[in-house]
Design a protein around this ligand. Structure first.
Ligand code: ADP
Ligand code: ADP
Length: 233
């Protein structure tokens, strides 16, 4: 099993103001699935992604990622585990402001010990795949929001992570770039068998889902498996 959540509850806050962001969520996802998570704002999507990404811990319940009980892993080991196994596209992109696009994309590889020249070569290939070959030397502040988002997608893919987590990957990009990004995610999922989790409001994204999960008030509602429509890439 790629990811397994057992009775996961996440409560934010303490004292009188408490928010139950996830309410007794269980989910088993096998390697190679593409789970598309849809639900209104504030329903718990980002919280769920953060917990799967091991960036946040549940208040109660168990989380297994690639068979590992992540609650039992010390933070220092967890950092490397994350770097090696999990690609994350944050809603806010989180690019490093003083690094160029190609340096940002190369960063996870360099951190894992890949030689800088090789890491930059791969970064440029990935930037080409998201249509940004001409932006390799630009800094984040020199790029539009949509360009930064595609750089962040390229960075999430850089280390060929078995698990890919994408928070609203197609918001903020125009329809052409959105289908380019979606096509890339589809290829990574199909060809490299990465397990993909995508939170989205974009119904187009459901086209690449092997599983469509609705979330509302921190509870999951799974539909029958959606027909996976072939995408032209
Ligand atoms: P989304 O677009 O997913 O709805 P939000 O705007 O709700 O995102 O949240 C953005 C960030 O702010 C998230 O990282 C979330 O953890 C944090 N956040 C959301 N609501 C609160 C809150 N009530 N108190 C503190 N942090 C919050
Ligand atoms: P979504 O991604 O679907 O918009 P979130 O997971 O960001 O939902 O948020 C789920 C609920 O938890 C919301 O009510 C939000 O305000 C709350 N929340 C999220 N992060 C925090 C936080 N760090 N502190 C307090 N409340 C939070």
């Amino acid at each position: 099993m790629a990811v397994e959540l057992k009775n996961v509850t996440k409560v934010y806050g303490n004292g009188s103001v408490k928010t139950v962001a996830l309410d007794d969520v269980s989910l088993s996802v096998t390697q190679g699935e593409a789970v598309v998570l849809m639900g209104p704002s504030g329903s718990g999507k980002t919280t769920l992604l953060n917990i799967i990404a091991t960036l946040d811990r549940p208040t109660s319940g168990e989380v297994y990622v690639l068979g590992v009980d992540v609650a039992k892993m010390p933070e220092r080991k967890l950092e490397r585990f994350r770097l090696r196994n999990i690609g994350y596209l944050f809603q806010s992109y989180n690019l490093v402001p003083y690094l160029t696009a190609e340096q940002n994309v190369a960063l996870p590889l360099v951190t894992l010990g890949v030689k800088k020249e090789l890491a930059l070569l791969k970064a440029r290939l990935l930037l080409e795949l998201v249509g940004l070959e001409k932006a390799a030397a630009l800094y984040p502040h020199q790029m539009s929001g949509g360009m930064q988002q595609r750089v962040a997608v390229a960075r999430a893919l850089a280390a060929n992570p078995p698990i890919l987590i994408l928070d609203e990957p197609t918001s903020n990009v125009d329809p052409d770039n959105a289908s380019q990004v979606l096509g890339l995610i589809y290829v990574v999922n199909k060809l490299f068998k990465s397990t993909v989790f995508i939170a989205t409001h974009d119904p187009e994204v459901a086209r690449i889902a092997t599983r469509l999960v609705y979330i509302r008030g921190g509870k999951l509602y799974e539909t029958v498996e959606p027909p996976r429509r072939e995408l032209k890439v």
